[in-house]
Write a protein of this length. Sequence first.
Length: 271
Amino acid sequence: MTADLYHLADLKEFLQKNGLQAKRSLGQNFLFHKIECEKIIRVADVRKGDKVLEIGPGLGHLTCLMEAAGAEITAYEIDQRLTNFWPELHPESKAGLINEDFLQADAKEFSRCSKVVANLPYYIVKEIILKLISCGVSFQSLTFTIQKEEALRLAQKKGEERYGALNALLQILGPAECVATIKKDNFYPRPHIDSAILRIGPISWPEYSLWQKTLKVVKAAFKNRRKILKSNLAELNIPMKTFSELGINELARAEELSPKLFLALARRLPE
Ligand code: SAM
């Protein structure tokens, strides 16, 4: 880097000098503290030769350290004001930087990646996670830095208060754990609340067509939280005897089902 962007005064000066006001609408809070960036990379277990997908690299704070660890990076950044500065900021970088909204990205472009590491823009956390788990790429792990409350919510397990469709899907894939906190002072501009690192993995993907059915079943199961599971799943035409055969109570609600039972239901979904 030409400017030391891990140093707050330098980062502020760089942004100011180049007329780059951080855009709140794009969730731009740059994690400038090197030790915290390194913590994320350690949690994600980024190693030499890893092919990593990063969403929202911003000014490259995480990206550069992952490259230094020997990883090959594919990174999607929506804000062209930032990507324009990359050649100047990181002349040595070989990262495949793509100036595009990740939600519009074609999965073929990142299908070689095995790990996802991202300090996510807070306004589309769920949409991004849903895209990553539905796109057909068998990532080994997903490591996200997100607002702490949201991270704790996404790590909830069956029986916990806010366990919903996305929780169930993540728990089916592998352990989803909130592993460390990152204090708000490590970001610029400073957000109102602390963040946390959520790690999902190691992931064991069900076979592709079973996973597509599981996505359908879980989304339908939680569609109307006031309804019982059977009513929510009525539209999927699962044979009635399936519920008793799997030992699912007549009046059970989606939040009472274990990841295993969701998979078992998906297996019984007609083609
Ligand atoms: N990775 C950098 C860091 O750790 O300092 C920046 C993280 S910042 C929280 C989120 C980044 O995501 C911003 O750079 C923002 O421009 C980018 N972003 C927001 N929406 C996006 C989208 N739909 N697709 C790709 N990048 C997006």
